[in-house]
Design a protein around this ligand. Structure first.
Ligand SMILES: CC(C)(COP(=O)(O)OP(=O)(O)OC[C@H]1O[C@@H](n2cnc3c(N)ncnc32)[C@H](O)[C@@H]1OP(=O)(O)O)[C@@H](O)C(=O)NCCC(=O)NCCS
Length: 181
């Protein structure tokens, strides 16, 4: 799975947790993102793994989101060591015609099993409620993606309904401002 990919932690940190910094991605994060979205195991619930060019486009899309909304998927950096281990953040999604704010997360496989996605996603939800003033945050998760469902459930999200998203069945997990705590 390659060498750890270091990052400059002084760049545009938006969210800090106990163990993580979430900062705006830059084009130089493409290798770190490709280490997640180019991994066939990590992408087993996606139609297919992505290419290195897709990883560069993934970052470009998030740079556009930062410009348009002020947020997007952020690079997740380990405070201890400065390695960028994936992404987590907030993305506007249209789900069966309804606008939603989604918290999403994608981590390199060798960093699974440490609670990092749960920790990052929880703080992103808090950011959405306190900084963006949103009333609800969702996660769109394939029913088979049990690790991702456990992240949502550990953070108190509940399944609202099944939806079709990107032409595939997804569970719409949701957390409301009233229930967040
Ligand atoms: C979804 C994904 C981020 C989940 O990764 P993960 O490592 O299982 O999630 P976390 O980082 O929150 O770690 C939680 C696991 O670490 C364990 N853990 C260890 N220390 C922990 C701690 N301090 N806090 C919380 N959990 C901890 C938990 O028990 C849990 O394991 P379990 O689910 O087997 O019970 C990962 O599978 C992934 O990147 N998949 C590919 C992309 C993807 O599918 N994204 C979601 C799209 S909807």
């Amino acid at each position: 799975m390659g060498q750890p990919i270091q990052t400059d932690t002084s760049l545009d940190v938006v969210i800090e947790t106990e163990r993580l910094l979430l900062r705006r991605m830059t084009p130089s994060d493409a290798d770190a993102i490709f280490a997640v979205i180019g991994d066939p195991v990590a992408m087993q619930y996606y139609p297919q793994p992505f290419t290195r060019d897709d990883a560069a486009e993934w970052i470009e899309r998030n740079l556009l989101r930062y410009n348009e909304h002020g947020y997007g998927l952020f690079g997740v950096v380990l405070k201890s060591g400065g390695e960028v281990i994936g992404d987590c953040g907030l993305v506007q999604q249209l789900v069966e015609g309804e606008p939603h704010l989604e918290v999403g997360y994608h981590l390199q496989r060798r960093h699974w099993g440490n609670g990092y996605a749960t920790e990052a996603a929880r703080r992103c939800m808090e950011y959405a409620f306190t900084q963006l003033g949103t009333d609800k945050v969702v996660s769109l998760i394939r029913p088979e993606n049990l690790p991702s469902r456990r992240v949502a459930e550990r953070n108190g999200m509940q399944v609202e309904r099944q939806v079709t998203f990107a032409d595939l069945p997804h569970l719409l997990y949701a957390m409301t401002r009233e229930n967040y705590g």
